[in-house]
Design a protein around this ligand. Structure first.
Ligand code: NAP
Length: 248
């Protein structure tokens, strides 16, 4: 379905981003995953993609999305090598949880730098070529806590709410260029981010979820592929919620 399409997934080495990468690999896309810390984890994901599709073109490119110059440089490299980026999945995200009274300025800044400035840095550097090609899909990963708030996550949930405004504004700016801009708002998904939660908190969340389970990275990945496909070509500025019924 995505033959000849070039996809960049930020934070594609683990968790939700990895599941998205594997789905695109199966669907014959050229897949570039980005990460910033673990080469080993990224290489493992590349190997898994290759075992799913031996004809595919897959690459891991290391850069910190919060650093504008580094991001510009590496996206330039990707665009020169692959000639374009058709699909950008803004997935890289971090948490630095703390009750607000104890939250340090550094915890606030780090989360904004990766989760929001990172989206600016990546989108800014792909959008010009998308406009030139009159084709593009931009999908950003928000969170249910951006809709409902969460104690200990004033920083993280603010960044996730900001994605809603970003998505809706950019959809209006770029619609006439045949670029779809959407976001996905996952509920609680089983990844390293939720692994660190204490059992008591997990149980509390579980009681709030009508489907009575956390989602899997694959639940999110399938929807990313839908929003990246031409099956959703009349959808833009939308926030797709994947949360087991956890509405606010
Ligand atoms: P995860 O398992 O912690 O994976 C995060 C990914 O981002 C890793 O590949 C990590 O690679 C990369 N990354 C972190 N900082 C980066 C940076 N500065 N530059 C480039 N890459 C960076 O997270 P996840 O749970 O899959 O979450 C993915 C996205 O979904 C995030 O935006 C998160 O907020 C959102 N989300 C998650 C949940 C959930 O329940 N899990 C729910 C709602 C929304 P390295 O460590 O190698 O850098």
């Amino acid at each position: 379905m995505f033959k000849d399409k070039v996809v960049l997934i930020t934070g594609g080495s683990r968790g939700i981003g990895k599941a998205v990468a594997l789905e695109f690999a199966k669907a014959n896309a050229n897949v570039i995953i980005n990460y910033t810390a673990s080469d080993e984890t990224a290489n493992k994901t590349i190997n898994e993609m290759q075992s799913l599709n031996s004809n595919g073109s897959f690459e891991a490119v290391k850069f910190d999305v919060s650093n504008y110059d580094e991001t510009e440089d590496k996206i330039k490299y990707i665009q020169e090598k692959y000639k374009k980026i058709d699909i950008l999945v803004n997935n890289a995200g971090i948490t630095r949880d703390s009750l607000f009274m104890r939250m340090k300025e550094s915890q606030w800044d780090e989360v904004f730098d990766v989760n929001i400035k990172g989206i600016f840095n990546c989108t800014k550097n792909v959008v010009r070529s998308m406009i030139k090609n009159q084709y593009g899909k931009i999908i950003s990963i928000s969170s249910v806590v951006g809709e409902m708030g969460n104690p200990g996550q004033a920083n993280y949930s603010s960044t996730k709410s900001a994605i809603f405004g970003f998505t809706k504004s950019l959809a209006k700016e770029l619609g006439s260029k045949n670029i779809n801009v959407n976001a996905i708002s996952p509920g609680f998904i089983e990844t390293d981010i939720t692994d660190v939660l204490p059992e008591s908190i997990k149980n509390k969340y579980m009681e709030m979820i009508p489907l009575a389970k956390f989602g899997s990275p694959n639940d999110v990945a399938k929807s990313v592929l839908f929003l990246a496909s031409d099956d959703s070509s009349y959808i833009t500025g939308e926030i797709l919620k994947i949360n087991g019924g956890l509405y606010t």
